[in-house]
Ligand binder design. Structure first.
Ligand code: IVH
Length: 729
């Protein structure tokens, strides 16, 4: 028989891609196995109350099942994930984004918006005069997606993931009718369109009506359902869900079709993407806020959920100059709608002990739905907050009343932020209730809990801290959780539940009490004939192998992650990056920290001269490296793990990469913020004071003592124009 293959117009690459993706899926689904079914039955019971999403500990549990799915799969599994509206990662191949997918800073009030606009003018060194245009558009409550076209054909689609790497959901995205599979002939060769995949409210209601009619469990909200629908291994299910899309941003582009944000979005519209009709180009704060109110008024009538309005600087050259902070652009912000509130009862107040010993009171609430999400816990911040006192010592809540167990309270939830208890309904207070007494000792280790005095203000710190340090098992345990977390060592398979298990274990072949123990676990397991991890409930052969692989994969790690993982108070991710960049290697860093101990010596001054490191951070680091117990743990850790020397972050071919530069005088060609951001993006270090280690001093008019010092120690001095010439304009 003759098969007219040509007539089918098959593209070889597309076919290969199709099989690659689908074979991957097929592998994960083989035959039903009773073990999984039993496990799922138990697991699904935890969802009987219709909880909306999978939280960390549940996710860990599901990850354990995934190990089994590697060998065995079932329709039940699909149905189960479907019903909870979420699917743990690990089923889809990963894609590294050509450009990271960033998040947005939030603003909550009109003043915040005015501040944002003012900060744009200030950064660019322009007087506020309404000359800078902004776009304002709804913030869609869906899932961000990056869709890549090569030679005008849809190649891949990836979820945001952690911003750097996402999941390849191409097969599912191909089922969304809103998304063109081909671009017109005038589109550039490489195009990455980004936007939001969402489920229309009407489609969500119809789906739930159908589920109800079939006697099945209904879904909680459109966003989670859209997320669950996208993570279907069977793209046919995605297709049945009628997902939609709005384009509003882009990643890699081989050429730019426009030089403004609004022009780019207009181009996307021309190429066939839906763009949001409520997008405006505005110039004054008043216009922006009026548009925000207008969108707010329309919100309930829109057929999609939105949670705010996004403002972006329109001109792309200005966006480029404004650049990014660590995770979000300086040229955009999300103006959120007011949070959702609800009434419920405080059943108990528990105290959580954090990594740095902070005692945080948490209200256990009678479960209540706030804006579509079930809330059972809310933070009470600190002792003062319960008492009715704000950070500045002022009375908060209308009459400054306290919060008590048994109180009916107003709970507020805004976006992904932890819910808060806002106020108390005094009329409903039980007569027998008593003031809550904040503990004076740590509920975990019994050490004294104290409120430190702030050296500068002389005021009592609002945080009550356990003084137990290493003695306190809560602090030690939280430290390990921090150590393995995503932005630190990122050890997959060591989630909250597993850390609790290993930490609480008394068995020498299992216990993990300090971070180095993680890296000796495998060896201890191999040496022990008695306790095999794979025989313990919750661990299987596959998951144990994966865990050990994940641990081994981190035996070499970037210096900034290593520093961040140490959990030094006040040293967050950004500071850790700064330190890694400034000192280059762990040995240099550790030595400098030891030497910095006598305050105001050379090493201390050098540490303080790093732009972005203040005295509080510096003192905290010196403290950390003075403590023998810390040094002992770090030295054990270094036997297992090698921190990689920091590389110059970006643009290694820039003439200023790795150089230290100081800006002084009143700069005229750029603002100080812009100068700093630009230098750092080229891999230079910006310091606040001149030392022998300074490479360049860029001096504007009126430069004084720093200029003198630079001349004295022989640092190259240049004008702003010379600097611009050096970095290429
Ligand atoms: S712009 C560099 N515009 O909000 C910033 N984001 O917090 C790129 N989102 O992950 C994002 N509607 O999922 C932008 N009109 C809109 C948006 C929007 C929703 C989401 C997006 C992003 C998150 C940022």
């Amino acid at each position: 028989m003759h098969v007219p293959v040509r007539d089918f117009n098959l593209d070889k690459e597309e076919v290969i891609n199709f099989f690659k993706i689908n074979i991957e899926y097929a592998r994960n689904f083989k035959t039903l196995h009773s073990k999984i079914k039993g496990f799922l039955d138990i697991l699904s019971k935890t969802y009987e109350d219709g909880r909306p999403s999978v939280d960390d500990s549940e996710n860990d549990c599901i990850k354990a099942i995934l190990d089994l799915i590697e060998e065995i799969g079932s329709e039940d599994i699909k149905e189960f994930y479907d019903s909870v509206g979420a699917r743990p990662s690990g089923l889809f191949p990963q894609i590294t984004h050509a450009r990271p997918m960033l998040s947005l800073d939030n603003t909550f009030s009109d003043e915040d918006v005015a501040d944002f606009v003012a900060s744009v003018y200030r950064f660019l060194g322009v007087m506020p005069d309404n000359s800078i245009a902004f776009t304002a558009e709804p913030k869609i409550d869906g899932l961000s997606m990056s869709i890549r076209y090569e030679n005008r054909k849809l190649k891949t689609a990836a979820t945001r993931g952690d911003g750097t790497t996402g999941e390849n959901v191409t097969a599912n995205i191909l089922t969304i009718k809103d998304i063109p599979t081909e671009l017109p002939a005038d589109a550039p060769d490489v195009v990455e369109v980004r936007g939001e995949v969402y489920m229309a409210k009407s489609d969500f209601l119809a789906l739930n009506a159908q589920m109800e009619a079939e006697g099945k469990q209904t879904y909680v909200n459109p966003r989670n359902t859209a997320a669950g629908s996208l993570r279907q291994l069977d793209a046919k299910v995605t297709a049945s869900r009628k997902l939609k899309f709005f384009a509003y941003a882009w990643g890699e582009m081989s050429t730019m079709p426009s030089d403004t944000q609004s022009g780019m979005v207009e181009t996307f519209r021309r190429w066939g993407f839906p763009v949001n009709p409520l997008t405006r180009r505005l110039t004054s704060v008043e216009e922006i806020i009026a548009h925000y109110r207008d969108i707010g008024l329309q919100r309930a009538d829109l057929d999609y959920d939105i949670d705010g309005v996004v403002y972006k600087v329109d001109r792309l050259d200005l966006q480029a100059r404004l650049g990014f902070r660590s995770r979000s652009p300086r040229w955009a912000t999300a103006h959120k709608f007011p949070a959702e509130q609800a009434f419920t009862k405080v059943e108990a107040i528990d105290i959580q002990v954090g990594r740095t010993g902070a005692l945080t009171p948490v209200a256990r609430l009678e479960p209540i739905t706030v804006g579509g999400v079930v809330v059972t816990n809310a933070t009470l911040h600190n002792a003062d907050y319960i008492e009715g006192i704000g950070n500045g010592g002022e009375r908060i809540r209308p009459e400054g009343h306290d919060i008590r167990i048994g109180d009916t309270v107003i709970v507020q939830r805004a976006g992904d932020v932890i819910p808060q208890v806002l106020d108390v309904v005094l009329e409903k207070r039980p007569e027998t209730s008593a003031k809550y007494e904040f503990p004076k000792t740590c509920p975990v280790c019994g050490s004294h809990a104290v409120r430190e005095k702030n050296d500068k203000t002389g005021k009592l710190d609002s945080v009550t801290r356990c003084t137990g340090g290493f003695v306190c098992s809560a602090q030690a345990k939280e430290h390990i959780k921090h150590f393995v977390s995503r932005n630190a060592f990122d050890i997959e398979g060591l989630g909250t539940k597993q850390v609790d298990f290993f930490f609480d274990s008394e068995d020498p072949a299992l216990m993990i009490r300090t971070a180095p123990d993680i890296f000796t676990l495998k060896q201890r397991q191999e040496a022990s004939s008695l306790t095999r991890l794979e025989n313990i409930d919750g661990f299987g052969r596959v998951s144990v192998r994966k865990l050990f692989d994940a641990i081994d994969a981190r035996r070499e790690i970037a210096l900034n992650r290593f520093i961040f993982a140490l959990g030094i108070r006040h040293v967050g991710e950004t500071t850790a990056k700064l330190l890694a960049r400034s000192y280059g290697s762990y040995a240099t860093f550790a030595e400098a920290m030891q030497e910095a101990a006598p305050k105001f010596g050379e090493a201390w001054n050098e540490l303080n001269s790093i732009d972005g490191i203040g005295e509080v951070v510096a003192a905290s680091m010196v403290e950390f490296f003075k403590e023998p117990r810390n040094l002992e743990v770090v030295s054990r850790l270094l036997k297992e793990v090698t921190p990689r020397d920091a590389e110059a972050v970006t643009a290694s071919n820039s003439p200023v990469t790795g150089k230290t530069v100081v800006f002084t005088g009143s700069l005229e060609r750029f603002t100080r913020d812009e100068a700093k951001a630009r230098a750092e993006s080229l891999g230079a270090k910006v310091a606040g004071s001149v030392s022998k280690k300074t490479d360049y001093l860029v001096a504007g008019p009126g430069a004084g003592s720093k200029l003198d010092k630079a001349r004295e120690v022989g640092v190259t001095v240049m004008t702003e124009d010379e600097w611009l010439a050096l970095i290429g304009g």
